[in-house]
Design a protein around this ligand. Structure first.
Ligand code: HEC
Length: 143
């Protein structure tokens, strides 16, 4: 019974995390409904974009700049489902932030591995809360 509850809960979370998939809106009304992002979903999209840029800089051996305080908003941004912010969420956020910060102080030899560690800490949290975007997040990994 407990397993069944978890399964149902899991699929609800799975679908809510998939519900913001972008599709071409047919009219304005639909656009309003389909683009209702939570603060956290918006932040996640920003983090994705920032790390895509960072990946390109690392691959091209360009200067990567500094850690952005924007990432710290993960501690406060409002979630689609506020109950997702539990003790485990906080632990995963901290681990992620530490890995993100460490990229900027890594040596040139280590920066790629540190970047991939950060991506894996995005994935680690997603395995517990929101599995939908995992394949997309894994595309950030530097081969
Ligand atoms: C501490 C847990 C956690 C960490 C770390 C985390 N995420 Fe998320 N992510 C979530 C949750 C929860 C959601 C759902 C947010 C919502 O619906 O409010 C989400 C949503 C997303 C989405 C979907 C946003 C949308 O369009 O609806 C993407 C993409 C994403 N995260 C990418 C990332 C990337 C890239 C990283 C690392 C740079 C990352 N996440 C780190 C928990 C996390």
């Amino acid at each position: 019974m407990k397993n069944l509850t978890l399964l149902i809960l899991g699929s609800v979370l799975f679908f809510s995390c998939n519900s913001t998939k972008k599709e071409a809106p047919k009219n304005n009304e639909e656009e309003l409904v389909m683009y209702e992002f939570s603060e956290m979903a918006l932040l996640m999209e920003e983090m994705y974009k920032a790390n895509e840029d960072l990946k390109n800089k690392i691959v091209n051996k360009e200067a990567i700049g500094d850690f952005s305080d924007k990432f710290l908003d993960i501690h406060s941004a409002v979630l689609t489902n506020p109950k997702d912010r539990d003790a485990s969420f906080e632990i995963f956020s901290k681990a992620f932030l530490e890995n993100q910060k460490a990229i900027y102080s890594a040596s040139p030899d280590d920066v790629k591995d540190q970047f991939n560690l950060m991506v894996n800490s995005c994935v680690a949290c997603h395995k517990t809360t929101c599995t939908g975007p995992i394949p997309r997040i894994k595309k950030l990994l530097i081969k």
